[in-house]
Write a protein that binds this ligand. Structure first.
Ligand code: ATP
Length: 311
């Protein structure tokens, strides 16, 4: 378990973080979401012991990070926004160097390097100089170095920033795989990314926190469906589906079909019921997708409030 207790950070008179409290359980993926300059990197640097806080405590498995920094740091893998890569080394040389820094035993070094290279799929660039790698591969090398020593906590500062869409999808999958064995904390500007990956989200705005314990809480109550039927047929069917609070025709985006937005009674997942009802009426359901603006609304509210904008 990781506990952040009343973390406050001042740079001179400037309050960068104000009383951050957060408990993270083993295996959770937690996202720090905020605009540029919100305080995400500051919080990550405090968590990993790179900078000290002005007030508060970080406890990792009950151990205070300031009391036993070396012991705690050994259990943390960190991928900062700019990965700490030695670009004139080859990938393998660099990972060997990191193994030595992290005091991986001599007998383990070879297998540790190959295990991590294979996990992030960089074996075939192992003898290339890091400076000759693409942004995506550099980021994979950065992730491999963070994973060396199998830390229980992995801290990733904007891990997908600057990657192309395919790399982003692959990197997210890697993060989900890592979370099977480690706790992951990541920061991001991207709402959908945080929503897709994280069990908990902390929105940070000008150092002020807003904790959301379940970013997907409202994911299932807004549903968009596409039916191959007339408006009357669809409405007749919708009126018989239990737990549909309201519905609205959105338009027609495919020949002989109509799209509708359904809102269910609070937090209810009605996808199966909807599927069965249209099937029962022999009306083809061609598409069904969830629509969720909940996190976006909270984010806009949190960030606008501080800026004095009415939301
Ligand atoms: N060493 C420092 N001295 C003074 N102010 C700092 C220092 N480091 C950060 N700040 C300020 O603290 C605030 C938070 O910065 P931080 O880098 O933590 O934000 P961030 O959310 O990570 O932003 P980004 O997404 O741009 O990296 C910013 O206003 C920044 O200018």
């Amino acid at each position: 378990m990781i506990e952040l207790i009343n973390i406050t950070k001042k740079y001179g008179n400037f309050l960068a973080l104000n009383k951050i409290n957060l408990t993270i359980n083993k295996g959770e993926i937690v996202g720090f979401l905020g605009r540029n300059g919100a305080g995400k990197s500051t919080l990550m640097n405090i968590l990993t012991g790179y900078i000290s806080m002005s007030e508060g405590e970080v406890r990792i498995h009950g151990i205070d990070i300031l009391e036993e920094p070396e012991k705690v740091k050994k259990n943390i893998g960190y991928l900062p926004e700019i990965p700490p890569l030695y670009v004139d080394m080859t990938v393998k040389e660099y990972l060997r160097f990191v193994c030595k820094l992290k005091e991986v035993s001599k007998e383990r070094i070879q297998s540790e390097i190959f295990e991590k290279m294979s996990f992030v799929s960089i074996e075939f660039v192992q003898n290339k100089l890091i400076k000759h790698l693409s942004k995506g591969f550099k980021q994979r090398v950065g992730l491999a170095q963070a994973l060396i020593g199998n830390p229980e906590l992995l801290v990733l500062d904007e891990p997908t920033s600057g990657l192309d869409p395919k790399e982003i999808i692959e990197f997210r999958q890697l993060i989900m795989d890592i979370s099977k064995n480690s706790t992951v904390i990541l920061s991001s500007h991207i709402l959908s990314e945080v929503q897709a990956l994280c069990h908990k989200v902390m929105i940070i705005n000008e150092g002020q926190p807003l904790l959301i314990t379940d970013p997907n809480e409202y994911l299932n109550d807004h549903l968009i469906i596409r039916i191959k039927a007339t408006e009357n047929e669809i409405i007749t069917c919708l009126q018989q589906i239990p737990f549909v609070k309201s519905y609205k025709k959105i338009g027609s985006y495919e020949l002989n079909t109509l799209d509708f937005l359904l809102i269910s009674e609070e937090k209810l997942d009605i996808r199966e019921t909807v599927f069965r009802s249209f099937s029962h009426h022999q009306l083809p359901l061609l598409m069904m997708k969830q629509q969720n603006n909940h996190l976006e609304n909270l984010f806009l509210h949190a960030t606008n409030e501080k800026a004095g904008v009415k939301s």
